[in-house]
Design a protein around this ligand. Structure first.
Ligand SMILES: NC(=O)c1ccc[n+]([C@@H]2O[C@H](COP(=O)([O-])OP(=O)(O)OC[C@H]3O[C@@H](n4cnc5c(N)ncnc54)[C@H](O)[C@@H]3O)[C@@H](O)[C@H]2O)c1
Length: 338
C-alpha cells in the first residue's frame, strides 16, 4: 500500500488486496460499527470481497439506486432517514463505497447529520478515485442545478483500491479518463505521455491524484488556482444542462469543452494551433468525442448560469500550451468559433 500524506487526510492506494482496510477503519469506529453506503451496481459486484475483509466489524449496509438521480434532495432525505432508523449515532463512522455519486452524497450527509460525523471514502470509478474523492468537496443537486447544496468536508481517509476499476464498463472508464487527460493538459505532460504509452492504470491514477493535490494545496476553498481545474467545463456544463444530464457523460461533455476551449484559444491567438490535433488524438483514443453535440452557439445561453460568470463576462479558461492554462474574461459576442 502506498500512502499520500500531503492533504489533511491520507490517501491510501492499494493494488492487490483489501488487507489494510480493517486496521485503517478500526481507528475511527464506535463499538466496532461501520455504516456502509453503496449503490446497487457496486454492491452487486464488490460486496462479497468488502464484507469478507470487514468480517470482524458490525457492518450496517444502506443501498441506493445507481446514478445521478440519487444525488438530489429526495436521495439525501431517504438516506439520512434510513441511517437514523438504523440507529446511527454522532460517534459512528460512515463509509462511502462507490463512484462520485455515492461519495458526494455520503460526504454531504456526513457534513450535515448531527452537525457532522466521521466518514471514509472508498471510491470505485476512475473519476471518483482521481477527482471527486480528492479535495473535500461534497454536495447534492437541487432542482435543476448540479451540486448546488454542498460543503467542504474532509474524510478520515480515502482508500483507492485499483482493482475496482477492472469492472467498470468501457464507457465509465473512458468517462474518468477525460478528467485524467484534462489534468494532464493543464498541469503534467508526463501524464499524457503515460496514457499514450498505454502504461498501467496505477501509474496514471497516482499521478492524476498528485496533480489534483497540487491545485488543492494552493487553493483549498476554490478562490483562485483551483478554478483552472474547470478547464473544458464552461461548454461541458452547458452540454450537460442542455441534455438534462442524460445520455451524455460528464467526461464526454468536458472533452467537447476542451476542444472548444482550444479552438477559441486559437481564434484569440492564445493557444498553439499544433495542440489541437494532439488533443483530438488523445480524446479519440477513449471515444470521448463520439457524442454529436451540434453547433457550439446552441449552448451559449447556458454559459450565463456558469459559476465562472462575473459582471464583465465569463472567466474562460484557455490553454496557451500544455501545462500552461490561462484565465481571460470573455464577452458573449466573442465566443463564436463555428
Ligand atoms: N466532489 C467533487 O469534487 C466532484 C468532482 C467531480 C465530479 N463529482 C461528482 O461525481 C459524480 C460522478 O461520479 P462517477 O462518474 O463516479 O459516477 P457514478 O457514481 O454515477 O458511477 C458511474 C456508474 O458506474 C457504476 N460503478 C461504480 N463503480 C463501479 C465499479 N467498480 N464497477 C462497475 N460499475 C461501477 C455506478 O454504479 C454507476 O452506474 C457526479 O455527481 C459529479 O457531480 C464530484
Amino acid at each position: 500500500m502506498k500512502t499520500i500524506n500531503e492533504l489533511s487526510y491520507p490517501i491510501h492506494i492499494e493494488d492487490s488486496k483489501l488487507n489494510n482496510l480493517p486496521k485503517l477503519l478500526k481507528k475511527y469506529t464506535y463499538k466496532n460499527r461501520v455504516y456502509v453506503v453503496s449503490d446497487l451496481n457496486v454492491w452487486n459486484i464488490h460486496s462479497k470481497n468488502l464484507l469478507d475483509s470487514l468480517r470482524n466489524f458490525d457492518v450496517v449496509v444502506t443501498l441506493i439506486e445507481a446514478g445521478e438521480k440519487s444525488k438530489g434532495l429526495d436521495g439525501f432525505n431517504e438516506l439520512t432517514k434510513s441511517l437514523i432508523e438504523k440507529g446511527i449515532l454522532r460517534e459512528d463512522l460512515l463509509v462511502a463505497f462507490g463512484g462520485g455519486v455515492v461519495g458526494d452524497l455520503v460526504g454531504f450527509v456526513a457534513a450535515t447529520l448531527y452537525r457532522g460525523i466521521k466518514y471514509v471514502n472508498i471510491p470505485t470509478t476512475v473519476l471518483s478515485q482521481i477527482d471527486s474523492s480528492i479535495g473535500s468537496k461534497v454536495g447534492i443537486n437541487f432542482h435543476e442545478g448540479k451540486n448546488i447544496l454542498g460543503s467542504f468536508k474532509d474524510p478520515k481517509f480515502v482508500y483507492v483500491f485499483l482493482p475496482y476499476l477492472e469492472t467498470l464498463s468501457r464507457r465509465e472508464f473512458n468517462n474518468g479518463m477525460a478528467e485524467v487527460i484534462k489534468i494532464g493538459l493543464i498541469s503534467d505532460k508526463t501524464l499524457l505521455e503515460d496514457i499514450l504509452l498505454e502504461l498501467d492504470t496505477k501509474v496514471f491514477v497516482e499521478k492524476a491524484i498528485k496533480n489534483k493535490i497540487k491545485f488543492i494545496l494552493e487553493d483549498k476553498f476554490e478562490n483562485n488556482k483551483r478554478k483552472l481545474l474547470n478547464f473544458g467545463h464552461t461548454l461541458g456544463h452547458a452540454i450537460e444542462s442542455m441534455n438534462k444530464y442524460e445520455n451524455i457523460k460528464h467526461g464526454e461533455a468536458i472533452s467537447h469543452g476542451i476542444i472548444y476551449a482550444i479552438k477559441l484559444g486559437i481564434k484569440e491567438k492564445i493557444s498553439d494551433v499544433k495542440m489541437l490535433n494532439y488533443v483530438y488524438d488523445i480524446l479519440n483514443r477513449f471515444e470521448l468525442l463520439n457524442f454529436k453535440i451540434g453547433e457550439y452557439k446552441e449552448y451559449f445561453k447556458y454559459f450565463k448560469r456558469d459559476k465562472k460568470q462575473i459582471k464583465e463576462g465569463i472567466q474562460f479558461i484557455f490553454l496557451k500550451s500544455i501545462e500552461n492554462p490561462k484565465v481571460k474574461v470573455m464577452r458573449g459576442k466573442d465566443l463564436n468559433v463555428d
